[in-house]
Design a protein around this ligand. Structure first.
Ligand code: ASP
Length: 440
């Protein structure tokens, strides 16, 4: 039988009533036989995510501070679910034993992983499904990538198509056998690994929004949801700051050609967003752009040197300096006598002076400067390659809005146009472009 992997995020397992909704969704389609869960998320605005409390406990225990209060909150969240769903309270003894492990000084990865571990055990019991501990099947390499044998190991564990399984998200193990987590939000990656390992026909990602929005709702009032988007487009959007789906989670399913559907646990009848290997003819015919994403917090180092274009290896040496300092860059626009590199401030890590000094000494430019507080905005859409006048539409609108464009970069794939503006113009840029394509 064809199978669907259904991954539920923190808000979908935040309490007993959310877990009941999850169960109704699973019961609603027999193909949904593999479930992957996050740790319980916030039940309301003022509350902490369980994962944050786990990191806090681990930190406090490492400083020999009593963890009674935050650990009590964690235990209380699970205890409430156990009581309300009528589950076996024996799991609470295991949670208490984990409390002892925290006090004894376990690793941060192990501590954080227990959020998903206990969540999956409870959901498995409620659904009458087999619980799967990913530490036994998912191998995470030192550089954070997934060892390919994980797919075979997990695939063999999920082999019986007539069974229901519930796997904990967010972690696996390293080659020393220690529990290792993915980066934050990484249960999306676990779901993608399960979908590929099981050869699923679809990877459903259940969350608390009805799909991916065309732009950041903090900037645009009720932006349109995206009905269908390609893997290539979504990766650009996620990388450039669009939230909802972890950008690394796309790779396992993309390689296997498994589509993803983002759905809302609280409104299961809404269609959500379909992420597909190739867009349908209807989407291609009706959409100019998939969406707009962006981020603040970039710096641009610009250098000028006369006749730079004649010097072979100039840019090579510039990028070599970044490489030596372990700094990665986002964009590298250049012209005849000048070149710039745009670097995310987090990745620059305060190395501004070191880089400026090294570049000045090794490349002897006529001038060098650094501009801080830039924002990058990406307009993403596979259709852009076929549409004449896309740039005109974007830059005409920005010009009329009086926004000074600092950098323009159109990738060779012609799937996105990246626009660099001053951080202060970021929101206005997103709004202007959205209005130009979608209207108010
Ligand atoms: N619980 C983890 C986090 O809060 C992983 C996840 O929810 O995907 O980051």
């Amino acid at each position: 039988m064809e199978r669907i992997v259904a991954k539920f995020g923190g808000s979908s397992v935040a309490n007993a009533s959310q877990i009941r909704k999850l169960a109704a969704i699973i019961d609603g389609d027999p193909r949904r036989s593999i479930v992957v869960v996050s740790a319980p998320g916030k039940r309301h605005g003022g509350e902490s995510k369980l994962t944050d409390l786990l990191y806090l406990c681990q930190d406090m225990a490492a400083m020999a501070t009593a963890i009674t209060e935050p650990f009590g909150l964690i235990r209380g969240r699970y205890a409430e679910i156990v009581v309300e769903l009528g589950l076996d309270p024996a799991v609470l003894a295991d949670i208490d034993r984990f409390g002892d492990e925290l006090v004894a000084g376990c690793s941060a990865d192990y501590a954080a992983s227990r959020g998903e571990y206990f969540s999956a055990r409870l959901v498995a019991e409620f659904l009458g499904a087999e619980f799967i501990d990913p530490a036994q099947y998912i191998l995470i390499r030192a550089n954070g990538t997934i060892a390919p044998e994980s797919y075979e190991l997990l695939g063999a564990r999920l082999a019986e198509t007539s069974k229901r399984y519930v796997m904990a998200g967010f972690y696996g193990r390293n080659r020393h056998g220690e529990v290792k987590t993915f980066s934050r939000g990484g249960s999306d990656i676990s779901g993608a690994i399960a979908a590929r390992a099981a050869g699923a026909m679809l990877y459903e990602n259940w969350t608390d929004t009805s799909g991916i929005l065309m732009a950041d709702p903090r900037i645009i009032d009720s932006p349109r949801p995206i009905a269908e988007i390609s893997f290539r487009e979504i990766r650009e959007m996620a990388y450039m700051g669009a939230s909802v789906f972890h950008d690394e989670a796309i790779l396992p399913v993309r390689e296997a050609g498994i589509p993803i559907r983002i759905k809302n646990t609280n409104r299961p009848d809404e269609p959500g967003t379909l992420i597909t290997p190739s867009l349908s003819a209807a989407t291609v015919a009706t959409t100019e752009i998939a969406g707009i994403a962006g981020k603040k917090g970039f710096s641009m180092i610009s250098l000028e040197k006369s006749l730079m274009n004649r010097q072979i290896g100039f840019v090579y040496r510039l990028l070599g300096i970044l490489n030596e300092q372990g700094v990665s860059f986002e964009q590298c626009p250049s012209s005849i006598d000048s070149v710039s590199v745009i670097i995310e401030d987090d990745k620059l890590g305060g190395l501004d002076d070191v880089l400026l000094e090294q570049i000045s000494r090794q490349l002897e430019p006529d001038s060098i400067s650094i501009e801080k507080d830039l924002a990058l905005v990406a307009v993403v859409g596979e259709g852009m390659v076929r549409t004449v006048g896309m740039s005109g539409k974007i830059f005409g609108a920005l010009g009329r809005a009086g926004i000074n464009v600092r950098v323009i970069n159109q990738g060779a794939s012609e799937m996105n146009i990246i626009i660099g503006v001053s951080g202060a113009d970021y929101e206005a840029t997103v709004r202007t472009i959205y209005q130009a394509f979608i209207g108010d």
